[in-house]
Ligand binder design. Structure first.
Ligand code: NAD
Length: 473
């Protein structure tokens, strides 16, 4: 650990103490203040949109402003507006029924802020994946410390200065640093820890949180399949899958990771997907609309996956491109791999890049069995014009979320909880689900000074017998 990292770790312990103390002085941030907080988040996004998009592009080596606006900046603005609009309903104390035997009395559920929360974010959408959990935490009335990814330092530094202008340090703060800082951060005794990143690090985070019994949300990765059924026309399937896969050059947690298509149709579907990519990014490597791979490590990892499949005899489809220009720009052209071996890296690891295996299946049941034989994916995409068939696929599988005849955009529907299950994570956020993640639903049973339950205490008599008999019936 470097000296700077050691200092950063000491600093963050002090910040946690300051936030905890500030939270105790205002356990119930009033709704007007929360709304003003949400407005400040939306404002900083609007006012600094260019700077945010530039920082992200610098971190990636190239990312189109259009992608950053729609998937990161506007997303957070809409998220904050949605939370503000529904906040008073979300914050309301709920009344629930009281059984006859416990009457008279009232039972309610308060929605109390958990306290000081930690947010650990990854590099692939470095702004949105830190700010959307922050929106949820702020709506819930919490204070938050954010630890962004070290792979996107320009975005991390900008977020740190923008949030420092908008919030007091004891309300929202950003801690920058690498894995050592991340590890120390996740060992802090937060009131909730919200982690987005790889499954591998997610395991370590869950262990660190368990040491302190800190409740944890894990937004992890995995291999999200797209099942194309014979009923669905190939052109629209290729258009939808090609768009979702090559957006941000496939560096999206819910990008279709691989396609299961009826046997015999794999190559035609693959060619149609490549045609879509060619239309969207005519210049491939030099096209500014096409995002670069975030780091040399990931660039090499993706190339190694392609080469392994090629060596195993799988057919590789790519649009015509200038290989040298692509390498210089750290870009991997849109790539489809037809039927790579099931034990290849392409079919056993999350791809997280613009490389798409298309696998043939004989029966739909074989396709759903294949999905069921692996970790539950973060998303499952079904392309079918037959609602019964689509529902049958959903009945026979499990995943964090689902898109039917569409991909990626289920996460933009604000009232749909977003999260994984099992290997792809636990817990969820967005909309009210996010508010609830950072809220403790606190049960309150209220009675008057005298309550008939007192009659149930020993020495046991007639009243006890009557009530017990009723409860046992
Ligand atoms: P990563 O796990 O390498 O890093 C994520 C964060 O964890 C970073 O801030 C990093 O500094 C920190 N970290 C690293 N080591 C740590 C440790 N030992 N203890 C605590 N923190 C540590 O993930 P990544 O490569 O940045 O992101 C890619 C992964 O994230 C992919 O698997 C992707 O699918 C997943 N992802 C999931 C979602 C989702 O919403 N479910 C969204 C985006 C990305």
């Amino acid at each position: 650990m470097s000296e700077a990292e050691a200092k950063q770790i000491e600093r963050m312990k002090g910040l946690l103490a300051a936030q905890q103390s500030a939270f105790r002085t205002e356990r119930h941030r009033p709704i007007d203040k929360r709304k003003a907080d949400l407005d400040r988040i939306a404002d900083l996004c609007r006012k600094n949109a260019d700077a945010i998009a530039e920082a992200i592009s610098k971190d990636f080596g190239n990312r189109a402003k259009q992608e950053s606006v729609i998937a990161e900046i506007a997303f957070v603005i809409q998220d904050a507006a949605h939370a503000k609009k529904h906040l008073s309903k979300w914050m309301k104390t709920r009344k629930v029924g009281v059984p006859m035997t416990l009457m008279p009395g009232s039972a309610t559920i308060r929605r109390d802020p958990k306290g000081v929360v930690g947010i650990v974010s990854p590099w692939n959408y470095p702004f949105q994946l830190a700010m959307a959990p922050l929106v949820a935490a702020i709506a819930a009335g919490c204070r938050a410390m954010i630890k962004p990814s070290e792979y996107t330092p320009a975005t991390g530094d900008l977020m740190k200065s923008l949030l420092a202008e908008a919030f007091e340090e004891d309300h929202v703060t950003v801690i920058t640093g690498g894995p050592a800082v991340g590890e120390a951060f996740t060992k802090l005794k937060f009131d909730h820890l919200f982690y987005t990143g790889s499954t591998q690090v997610g395991r370590l985070v869950a262990k660190a949180a368990a040491e302190n019994l800190v409740p944890v949300t894990l937004e992890l990765g995995g291999k999200s399949p797209a099942i194309v059924t014979p009923s669905y026309p190939q052109g629209p399937a290729a258009k939808s899958i090609g768009w979702g896969k090559f957006f941000n050059a496939g560096q999206t947690c819910v990008a279709p990771d691989y396609v299961l298509a009826p046997k015999g149709s794999e190559k035609a579907l693959g060619e149609a997907i490549i045609a879509v990519a060619q239309h969207e990014f005519p210049e491939a490597a030099s096209d500014d609309a096409y995002t670069a791979i975030v780091s040399d490590r990931h660039y090499e990892r993706l190339n190694a996956m392609i080469e392994e499949a090629r060596a195993a005899g799988a057919e590789i489809l790519q649009p015509e491109h200038d290989a040298q220009a692509a390498q210089a720009a750290r870009k991997i052209p849109p790539t489809v791999v037809i039927n790579p071996p099931e034990d290849s890296r392409l079919m056993t690891e999350e791809i997280f890049g613009p490389v798409l295996p298309v696998m043939g299946y004989t029966e739909l049941d074989a396709a759903t069995d294949y999905v069921g034989d692996h970790d539950h994916p973060l998303a499952l995409y079904v392309y079918s014009t037959d609602k019964t068939e689509a529902n049958r696929i959903l009945d026979n599988t499990m995943s964090g979320g689902v898109g039917v005849n569409i991909n990626l955009l289920h996460l933009s529907v604000p009232d749909l909880p977003f999260g994984g299950i099992g290997g792809s994570g636990q817990g969820s956020y967005h909309g009210e689900a996010g508010f609830l993640t950072f809220t403790h639903e606190r049960s309150v049973f209220r009675t008057g000074k005298w309550h008939p339950s007192r009659l149930l205490a020993p020495p046991y008599g007639k009243m006890y017998e009557t009530v017990a008999e009723k409860q046992m019936s």
